[in-house]
Design a protein around this ligand. Structure first.
Ligand SMILES: Cc1ncc(COP(=O)(O)O)c(C=O)c1O
Length: 470
């Protein structure tokens, strides 16, 4: 049985029963109440809204009289089918433009950010969730530790030491619900004079939005073949820089050691902070593992951000940051009344998942799975396009960038491909000035595609690219 909670105002001229009638009709038109659903009984609704039964009865009678609702014996008041169009014309539907369905409408979707769900260790995750539920009622049902569950923070500190060469204590680890939320905290933490943030150009538009929304001035710093143009950064008057040294997003290059040292030196001499976003460094397929920038940070100037979105799943919404010790007391002061945004049970389950070695095992497995997918994609591109295509971001973890040589208009190609059921992506949004500078590269995320799907899609793409030539 549905519940209804309209705002009924006894001060209004319109009688209460009419207000209720208007409300129910309006919700039916908007699709919030659907054909076949039963309205609450007169007694229940009157009690819930603390109004008289007569008021509810009169509203329902009006709806019945106008044919919106029918009264069925033993079933109550049921919403009937009616022509919404007439009403839609009067009231435009409320559209949320930002909402994107997680399920793709396309036969082949090269979306960046999607992971391979087929290999997700569901059984182990479920077992950890069950075990996490064994905690005491107080632990499970109250607000958790503000900074995040200590066991999880300990596991993360241990993991960062082993996998990324970072030395930190669990006191420095803050658990957050995704990079946007945690970077939002950072934006509030910096002192007001640190209001200019340098970012690689191109870079992650999602983070740029966070800085802009927090009224920061964002300064684009161009990239060289081997990553950030350090001299340009030095010439800027930024006092914070956001960087992706392990895998530049979206171009994929790895920042060499010499540039890392220069970056740290810049932070030291400028009394600046570096935000290191290490979002998918685990998926490195060639060469030796390179320690994080934070691992070289002897002056404690690097704020390190990591996520479980790529190595496990974005659905659990868990990320973390390692704060320099000098920022900790301000953090505690400023956010001492904020509650932890990630569900306690999820954090406990994740701590168990790491403690039992499931995460490491999963990462090892996924490295092989993704390496194979990446190879398949690269081969398919070279098989079908040969020297007419260049792969640019092959060092990235879960995506590639491709330049199809005679394609000058990436948007057009994206549109044509969509028409044939293939969702490929333009990279324009990563550039600061997306109107002029972006090259016509195409981004192909391979996380969620099977090898067979990629082979089929690239074959189809060949025809589409050829057709755009004409
Ligand atoms: C550059 C970058 N950083 C971080 C993230 C992870 O964000 P979250 O932890 O909110 O899933 C992403 C996700 O796509 C990303 O592209």
């Amino acid at each position: 049985m549905i519940e209804l909670t309209p705002h009924l105002d006894s001060e209004r001229r319109l009688p209460l029963y009419e207000q209720l009638y208007e409300y129910i009709k309006g919700e039916m038109v908007k699709g919030h109440l659907q054909t076949g659903e039963a309205l609450p009984s007169i007694r229940v609704l009157a009690k819930h809204l603390r109004i008289s039964r007569n008021t509810v009865e009169a509203a329902y009678a009006q709806l019945v009289a106008e044919g919106y609702v029918e009264s069925r014996p033993r079933k109550g008041f049921i919403i009937k089918e009616f022509d919404k169009d007439v009403w839609m014309k009067l009231e435009p539907p409320f559209v949320i433009p930002l909402s994107v369905s997680p399920v793709s409408r396309y036969r082949y979707d090269f979306r960046y950010g999607h992971i391979d769900t087929a290999h997700f260790p569901l059984r182990a995750w479920r077992a950890c969730l069950n075990e996490a539920m064994d905690a005491s009622r107080e632990e499970l049902l109250w607000y958790g530790e503000r900074q995040g569950e200590r066991k999880l923070r300990q596991q993360i500190a241990r993991y960062l030491f082993q996998a990324r060469g970072i030395h930190c204590s669990d006191e420095q680890v803050i658990i957050g619900a995704g990079i946007h939320q945690i970077t939002g905290l950072l934006c509030q933490l910096f002192s007001p004079e640190k209001n200019k943030i340098a970012m690689e150009n191109p870079s992650y538009d999602g983070i740029r939005a966070v800085f802009i929304n927090h009224r920061y001035q964002v300064l684009p710093i161009s990239l060289e073949q081997d990553g950030l143009h350090i001299a340009e950064l030095e010439q800027s008057d930024a006092t914070v820089a956001y960087v992706t040294p392990s895998h530049q997003l979206p171009l994929g290059m790895v920042l060499p050691i010499g540039k890392r040292q220069k970056l740290l030196k810049w932070a030291e001499t400028r009394n600046a902070f570096l935000i290191e976003d290490d979002y998918d460094s685990e998926f490195r397929y060639e060469g030796k593992p390179i320690p994080a920038l934070k691992a070289l940070d002897t002056q404690d100037r690097v704020i390190y951000i990591g996520t479980f979105s790529k190595v496990l799943t974005p659905a659990i919404r868990v990320c973390y940051m390692v704060l320099p010790k000098q920022l900790l007391s301000s953090f505690y002061q400023m956010f001492s009344s904020y509650h932890q945004p990630v569900a306690t049970v999820v954090q406990k389950a994740l701590a168990l998942f790491m403690e039992k070695g499931y995460l490491e095992r999963h990462i090892r497995k996924m490295r092989t799975v993704y390496a194979k997918k990446r190879q398949t994609l690269i081969h398919a591109i070279y098989d079908h396009f040969g020297e007419h295509a260049t792969i640019i971001g092959e060092k990235a973890g879960l995506h590639l960038l491709v330049h199809f040589h005679h394609v000058m208009d990436a948007d057009r190609l994206v549109k044509e491909a969509k028409g044939r059921g293939i969702h490929i992506y333009s990279v324009a949004k990563y550039w600061f000035d997306s109107q002029t500078s972006p090259p016509p590269y195409i981004l192909l995320g391979f996380g969620s595609m099977t090898e067979q799907e990629m082979i089929e899609a690239i074959q189809l793409l060949k025809d589409i690219v050829q057709a755009t030539r004409k």
